[in-house]
Design a binder for this molecule. Structure first.
Ligand code: BG6
Length: 384
C-alpha cells in the first residue's frame, strides 16, 4: 500500500553525517566506546549449562591445550597499543600468574629477542598496518612463537599474516588519537587474561565467572562516565594554557596515566609525561613548581594514601591538581576530583582513561587545534 512520507532535508554534509552530529570524529568515537566494548565482548562471552558465563576465544583457533601451558606472554605494540600491553601485564601476572614482557614494537624488532618455546606473543594493533608492529610479528613468527593478533581492521596485513586473530569490533576509527579501539583492545586483553587464568587453573570457574560479569558491566559504566562528560570541562579551561602537565599513578593507574599523557600530547601539543607515582621523588618532582598541573589516578584502595601523599607533596610546591578516582579520599582539598564507577582494580584503566580522553579533547578544542588530525601524526605509521 503506498504511503506519503514528508520530505525532510538533512542539513549535514557527508562528513557531518559520518560524525553523527558531533563536532569531531574523536568525540563521536569517545561516545562510541560503550558499544565498541559491548560489541567486542559479547561474541566472546558464552554461558554454560549451569548459567555461568565464561570467555570463549575458540575463534582464534587456539585450543585449551594452547592456553594451558603458556610459560610467558609477550605483549607488543606501538603508542596506545603498547599501553594496552602494559595494562594487560598487570592482569595476566596477577590473575593468570603468567610472567609477562611488554615491548615497544620498534624496540622488539631490533633487540633479537629471546622467546620461550611455550611463550605466547600478543601483537596489538588497531590498524593492523603499523610497520614496526608488523615487523615484530614477523620476527616472532620466524622464531617459531605462537602469535595472537589483536586488530581492529579485518583484512589488514597483520590480520592476514597472523594465524590466530582476535578482532576488536570498535568499527572504523577516524580520529588519529585512538579512543574506542584502545578500549576495545583492553576488553580483549582482559578477556584473554580471564581465559588464560582459568585454563592454567590460577582461578576457579566461579572466580572467572565473576570477572566475566564485571567485564560485562563495563559498557554501562563507561556510559555513566560519558553521561557527565562536561564535568571535566572547567579543568580543561584551567589546564589549556599549561606548558607542562604530569600524570601519576601506581600499578594499573600508571598504565592509564601513560595513555592519558599520550592522548593529551597527541592533540593538544602540551608537553606532558606519565610517571609511576612512586618515582616522583627520584627526579620528576624537580619539575613541580607554581602552575604545573599534576593529574593523579587512584583506583586501588590499598594505594590511596600513598598516591594522595604524592598529590599533597606537589600541591605544597604550587601544583594545580586533578584526581580521577573511584575511592573515598581522606578529605577534599586536593583540587578537582572526578569520581568514576568502581570496578575490579585490575581492569580500571578502561574506565579511568575516559575522563582523561575528554580532558584532552576539551583542551585541544579550547586551543583551536585540529582535534581529529593533529600535526605531524598519522592514523597508522606504515613506514619506519
Ligand atoms: C600511531 C597512532 O601512529 O600509531 C596511535 O597515532 C596508535 O594512536 C599507534 O596507538 C599504533 O597504531 P596501531 O594501528 O598499530 O594500533
Amino acid at each position: 500500500e503506498e504511503i506519503e512520507k514528508p520530505f525532510v532535508e538533512i542539513k549535514w554534509d557527508a562528513a557531518a553525517a559520518e560524525k553523527d552530529g558531533y563536532e569531531h570524529f574523536m568525540m563521536k568515537e569517545i561516545h562510541e566506546q560503550p558499544r565498541a566494548v559491548r560489541d567486542t565482548l559479547s561474541p566472546r562471552i558464552k554461558e554454560n549449562e549451569s548459567g555461568e558465563r565464561y570467555i570463549d576465544l575458540s575463534e582464534t583457533g587456539l585450543t585449551d591445550e594452547d592456553f594451558t601451558n603458556v610459560s610467558r606472554v609477550y605483549l607488543i605494540g606501538c603508542g596506545s597499543a603498547y599501553h594496552v600491553g602494559m595494562a594487560a601485564r598487570y592482569v595476566l601476572e596477577k590473575a593468570a600468574r603468567v610472567p609477562c614482557e611488554v615491548d615497544l614494537a620498534s624496540e622488539f624488532r631490533y633487540r633479537d629477542p629471546i622467546l620461550e618455546e611455550s611463550g605466547l606473543v600478543i601483537i596489538i594493533s588497531q590498524s593492523g598496518e603499523t610497520a614496526d608492529t608488523l615487523a615484530a610479528m614477523r620476527i616472532a613468527q620466524e622464531k617459531g612463537a605462537k602469535v595472537i593478533g589483536i586488530v581492529n581492521v579485518e583484512n589488514s596485513t597483520i590480520a592476514q599474516e597472523c594465524k590466530n586473530v582476535v578482532l576488536t569490533k570498535a568499527g572504523r576509527e577516524i580520529a588519529v588519537a585512538t579512543t574506542k579501539a584502545y578500549s576495545a583492545q583492553l576488553a580483549v586483553v582482559y578477556a584473554l587474561a580471564i581465559r588464560l587464568s582459568e585454563a592454567d587453573g590460577a582461578i576457579s570457574r566461579r572466580e572467572a565467572a565473576e570477572l566475566v560479569e564485571e567485564l560485562k558491566s563495563i559498557p554501562d559504566k563507561i556510559e555513566a562516565i560519558l553521561s557527565d562528560a562536561e564535568k571535566i570541562k572547567p579543568f580543561a579551561d584551567i589546564a589549556d594554557q599549561s606548558d607542562y602537565i604530569c600524570f601519576i599513578g601506581r600499578g594499573v593507574d600508571y598504565c592509564a596515566a601513560m595513555e592519558a599523557s599520550l592522548k593529551l600530547k597527541e592533540i593538544s601539543y602540551i608537553p606532558c609525561e606519565a610517571y609511576a607515582a612512586g618515582e616522583l621523588k627520584h627526579g620528576p618532582i624537580a619539575l613541580i613548581e607554581n602552575g604545573v598541573i599534576v593529574i593523579g589516578i587512584i583506583t586501588n584502595k590499598n594505594l590511596v594514601e600513598k598516591t594522595i601523599s604524592n598529590i599533597q607533596e606537589v600541591i605544597t610546591r604550587g601544583a594545580k591538581t586533578l584526581i580521577i578516582t573511584n575511592q573515598i579520599l581522606p578529605n577534599n582539598n586536593f583540587g578537582y576530583v572526578i569520581n568514576i564507577p568502581e570496578t575490579n582494580e585490575l581492569i580500571s584503566p578502561i574506565l579511568s582513561v575516559i575522563p582523561l580522553q575528554l580532558l584532552s579533547y576539551y583542551i585541544s578544542k579550547n586551543k583551536g587545534l585540529d582535534v581529529d588530525k593533529p600535526r605531524n601524526l598519522a592514523k597508522s605509521v606504515t613506514v619506519e
